[in-house]
Design a protein around this ligand. Sequence first.
Ligand code: PLP
Length: 451
Amino acid sequence: MVDSTIGLCRLDEEVIAAAEKVRFFERPLAGGKGSELYTPEGGILIDFSATWTAAGLGYGDPRIAESAYRTLLDCPGLGIGSLINGPCLELARRLLAITDTAGYDRKECGRRVYFGHSGSDANDIAIRLCRTASERKGGGRRVLAFEHSYHGGFGEALGLSGVQVEGGAREDRCVTFLPYPNRTDPHVQTGGIGDELDFCLNEARRVASDGGAACLIVEPILSDGGMIVPPDGFLSGLRSICDEFGIPMICDEVKVGLGRPGTVHAYQHEGIHPDIVTFGKTLGAGLPISAIVGPASIMDCAPGSALLTMGGNPVCASAALSFLDVLLGDDLARQAREKGRHLEGRLRRILAERGGRASLHVADVRGRGLAMAIELDDRESPERFAEKVCYRANQLGVVVYYVGGHVLELTPALTIPYGQLDDGADMIVQAIVDVADGAVDDDKIRGFGGW
Ligand SMILES: *Cc1c(COP(=O)(O)O)cnc(C)c1O
């Protein structure tokens, strides 16, 4: 048992592989409940990340714990490879019922669900199945993805993650990265929002018209790339292009789907119907489970080709069923909408009150629902500034990370109480003021820089 902060930090360094970590500050954790995390010394941190959105209901929700525990004690096998189980069948039925994909129930042969363990495997397998289905019809393997996107940490999902490929990960030669409408990206910035949208859609159309595309994959809100909310018309524009050239459209809802954007799915903002939707992170509300919903023509094209021994684990499926009960029963989408509006209002108000120093370093406050962000502005070294703000915020009592180089990502649990939402927002603004005043030295964040 290692109980001191220093001990845990040293152990982290000595025994945990660097390949699976990005550390923003040093304080380790001992427990958590709701939107609070506890340090070994009894300190309380308000969690504004929710483990990168995975903890959509916060930590320790008894409804999730009870359903998982019940299934664990009386368990119908551990996977659906060779034995089907009730929780998975029910979960598949429920996911199909809430996910409106491109009218496949009316034409062709219906839709199917695939269960994995993480957003990465869901995207990886969705892409692989699209490529196989395309090749079987004499089509190509090319995947259309987006610059600054994130779809996973391994396999085909890694090779089409813009942020990873831009950071040096091996590029998949059969991927074309398209521009995402992004006001902060100079080469996309052509003038007004309308011009930028036209530019991006024209590029997508030009590449799609070359033929050979097996699918297009898009995040309806580009989250790891900097919490970019695309202008209206982007998703529906992509949908028309995909329709025109017969390209299956995948919406990656792993991070901001399932209530967070103020609707059940982020793609619903534009009323479109993707062909395939991938889910992960908060789906299991604390247990690892992911899902792909898509047409049988793709999902059934290669039987037995994507086996995971514990795919369709009934314990995780039971937790996910309870999560969906809460999502719909407590109208988490409405909560996210209202809390997001409240958070944005409070941030804008305190930034205005603080006047000069804090707002000088804030370029933008944006988001949709509880997928919010503060874009920082420090021309001299924007990344160092963001690193220091995360570090300082943690000292003050809040867990927050940055994405896209210099954008604080604010994605608390959808169940966060208003009091904690306010306290967290206040501490984050205070952290920006403190860092602007030089509160964090460069050597403090050595080893805790984030990305
Ligand atoms: C996190 C994330 C993934 C990968 O999910 P893991 O659970 O980390 O495998 C895929 N897509 C998006 C948009 C994500 O944010």
